[in-house]
Design a protein around this ligand. Sequence first.
Ligand code: WQD
Length: 324
Amino acid sequence: MNILIIGGAGYIGSHVVRDFLDQGYAVTVFDNLSSGLRENLFPEASFIYGDIMDYTGLLRAALSKRFDGLIHLAAFKAAGESMIKPEKYSVNNISGTINILNMATETGINKIVFSSSAAVYGEPKYLPIDEQHPTKPENYYGFTKREIERFLGWYDKLKGIRFVALRYFNAAGYDVRGRISGLEQNPANLLPVVMEVAAGIRTEMQVFGNDYDTPDGTCIRDYIHVSDLAIGHVAAMNYLVAKDKSLIVNLGSEKGLSVLEVLETARRITGKPIPAKIVGRRPGDPAKLTASAKYARETLGWGAQHSDLDTLISTTWEAYRRHI
Ligand code: WQD
């Protein structure tokens, strides 16, 4: 099968590319390298340096190359920034996806795996969060993901495009076989921030609040290893080939880890002191978020295999160590 991976040079995209290549698919990466990295490209995959906003140019040229399906991961993803610069998220995430949907219609591609997010749910009403949980995004980023799921629903109905929207929880870790080590620039997520302190790129980290209603007072999240996410994309594409119907599904580890558990494990594995200061809460942070992945098990035969805390930290540290 011939697969186009849009956003395939990014942090999650490169892991997805690696897994499709490992499974014997022919892969083409389409990326504008705005946050993706050349060092994340693999020689076995073709590369098109293009932008999803270039509708009549490279996007049309790329999608015209007879793909059996496409994976769409090209999006901005900083929830905080999306509240200050919604225009940027409207253009790239929403208009960019509409371009992809229209071009897929024009070129006859009818299988799309879309990278959605647990950010579509907003403040949890119950835990663990399953796919029936109401969607009420708390930030504009999450809103763009939820709206795109709706566009996908309409294109399914009107144009026969089948899709799987994968609602990722907190993506973390690096390729378990150590083949990817491109680092995200100016990260804001917990694990890369912890690693930047361990690697001496930052002097200390901030823990955003220790007065939550959780066992150690810090927030609990569901961290899902990128290698597990990558396997989920291959399973989703296989589902589209086998079933010819669309699906919206969570990908999470079903385990809750606190900020302090992550920090203490990182100190143990890296052997670095990782100075941390407790500061006030970050606005918009729910105390606890965990996924139900039951539906992914039932529909995709998928479950997390690499998302234990030691593997999340040790694979990330391996990637950072190469840059010291
Ligand atoms: C995790 C925990 C912080 C940094 C975000 C997006 C979400 C999704 C996943 C894409 C929280 C704490 C963090 C730091 C800290 N993205 N923390 N100090 O906010 O759960 O989810 O990424 O789809 O949409 O919002 O992830 O990694 O920012 O935070 O104490 O320097 O770590 O308060 O409890 P979050 P995160």
